[in-house]
Write a protein that binds this ligand. Structure first.
Ligand SMILES: NC(=O)c1ccc[n+]([C@@H]2O[C@H](COP(=O)([O-])OP(=O)(O)OC[C@H]3O[C@@H](n4cnc5c(N)ncnc54)[C@H](O)[C@@H]3O)[C@@H](O)[C@H]2O)c1
Length: 341
C-alpha cells in the first residue's frame, strides 16, 4: 500500500517509523512545511518520499492518509481528504473547536469514505482487557472509573497555543477511554484547572489554558468518572485506568514502568525504569492502531473510531472547558444546545 502522512512533528515522525514497519505499507508519501522535519524522515526511511503540500499528497494516488499535523489543521485536512475519496486516519482530537468538529461530522456523514480518529488506548492490550472485563460483567455494577494522563513535561508554547487547551488536547484521551471501556456516555462534567505559577505567561495563562486539571464525570447510568491530568509529572509518563465494581476491580497501566514510588515499607514495586513518554508506553497501541487503519482503508474491517463516535469525547471536552472557566458543573445537553443555536 501507499500511505500518505501529513505532519512530521513529534507524533508524525514517530508514526512514519511505525507505518514504514508495517508489512502492508510499501511506500510513504510525506509532507510538512518544515523542511528539516521532512529531511529527517526521508533521510532515515527509504520508503518515504516527500511532496510539497497536503493537496499534492492527496493527488498522488495514496491508498490512505494519516493526518498528524497540528490540531488547528485537522478539520480542513479531513475535509480535503474525504472530498478526494481518500480513506483517512486523523490524530485526536477531531478538531480544535466544537464548531469545526461539527463541520467535519457533517462533511463525513454523507460520505462512504472512512475517517478513523486516533485514540490509541482503544488498542492498548491492557485497556482492551479492562473493557472486556467490564463488558463481560466480571466487575458487577461499576461504581467508579478513574482515568489518568500525566505528561512528564509540557509541549512547546507554540503547540499549546493551537492545541485547544488541556481538556481538548490531553483529557480527551481519558474521556474517550472512560466512554469506550464502560460503553456509557458522559452526561455531566465538573472540571477544575490550575496554572503552574513558574510557567511563562504565554504557555497557559495567555490562552486561558491550564497546566493541571481534574474532571468529575457523571455517566448516563450514574457511574462516576474521575479524570486527572498534568503537563509536568516529575517521575514520568503515567497513563492508567482503574475500574471499580461491586464484585471486582481492574487496572490498566499498573506495570513495572508505572511512574510512582511506593512509600509502603518493604514494597519495591514498581521497579522501573518509569515510562518516559507516549513513544514507549503506547508504542504497541500505536502500531496496532495504524495497522487497523490500513485494514479500514482496504475495507477489511469496520472503522474502530468513527467521527460520530469521537464526537461524544469532543462534547465532553467542550463541557469541561466551559466548566473550568466558569467554575460550575456543565451538562453536555447545555453545550450541545448552545452550539446548535
Ligand atoms: N494520540 C496521541 O497520543 C497523540 C500524541 C501527540 C500528539 N497527538 C496529536 O497529533 C497532532 C500533532 O501533534 P505533535 O505533538 O506531533 O505536534 P507538533 O507541533 O510536534 O507537530 C505538528 C507538525 O504539523 C506540521 N504542520 C502544521 N500545519 C501543517 C499543514 N497544513 N500540513 C502539513 N503539516 C503541517 C508542523 O510543521 C509540525 O511539524 C496534534 O493534533 C495532537 O493532538 C496525538
Amino acid at each position: 500500500m501507499r500511505i500518505g502522512l501529513i505532519g512530521l512533528g513529534r507524533i508524525g515522525s514517530f508514526h512514519a517509523d511505525t507505518l514504514a514497519g508495517l508489512e502492508t505499507v510499501d511506500e510513504l508519501v510525506v509532507t510538512d512545511p518544515v523542511a528539516a522535519a521532512v529531511d529527517a524522515v526521508t533521510g532515515r526511511i527509504p520508503q518515504a518520499r516527500a511532496v510539497d503540500s497536503p493537496q499534492a499528497l492527496l493527488d498522488s494516488g495514496v491508498d490512505g492518509v494519516v493526518i498528524a499535523a497540528a490540531t488547528n489543521t485537522h478539520a480542513e485536512l479531513i475535509r480535503a481528504a474525504v472530498a478526494k475519496g481518500v480513506p483517512t486516519f486523523c490524530e485526536k482530537p477531531v478538531a480544535g473547536t466544537i464548531a469545526e468538529s461539527l463541520a467535519v461530522e457533517r462533511a463525513v456523514a454523507g460520505s462512504d469514505v472512512p475517517v478513523q480518529i486516533g485514540y490509541p488506548r482503544r488498542f492498548d492490550p491492557a485497556f482492551v482487557a479492562a473493557r472486556d472485563a467490564v463488558r463481560a460483567g466480571e466487575l458487577g455494577r461499576i461504581t467508579t472509573v478513574r482515568s489518568t494522563t500525566l505528561d512528564p513535561a509540557p509541549p512547546p508554547a507554540a503547540y499549546l497555543a493551537v492545541s485547544g487547551g488541556i481538556f481538548r488536547d490531553c483529557s480527551v484521551h481519558d474521556f474517550d477511554a472512560v466512554r469506550w471501556v464502560t460503553g456509557q456516555e458522559v452526561v455531566d462534567v465538573h472540571a477544575v484547572g490550575a496554572v503552574d505559577p513558574d510557567a511563562p505567561e504565554e504557555m497557559y495563562a495567555a490562552n486561558g489554558d491550564h497546566s493541571s486539571a481534574s474532571v468529575l464525570l457523571t455517566l448516563a447510568d450514574g457511574t462516576i468518572g474521575v479524570v486527572s491530568n498534568t503537563r509536568t509529572n516529575g517521575r514520568g509518563y503515567d497513563v492508567r485506568l482503574e475500574v471499580h465494581g461491586v464484585r471486582d476491580a481492574v487496572a490498566a497501566g499498573l506495570d513495572e514502568g508505572l511512574p510512582l514510588r511506593s512509600t509502603q515499607p518493604g514494597v519495591t514495586w514498581p521497579s522501573g525504569p518509569a515510562h518516559e513518554f507516549f513513544m514507549d508506553r503506547l508504542a504497541q497501541a500505536f502500531r496496532l492502531e495504524l495497522a487497523a487503519f490500513t485494514r479500514v482503508a482496504t475495507g477489511a474491517i469496520d472503522n474502530p473510531c468513527t467521527v460520530a463516535d469521537a464526537m461524544g469525547t469532543a462534547w465532553t471536552a467542550e463541557a469541561a472547558t466551559l466548566s473550568a472557566s466558569e467554575h460550575r458543573p456543565v451538562s453536555l445537553e447545555e453545550v450541545r444546545g448552545t452550539a446548535m443555536q
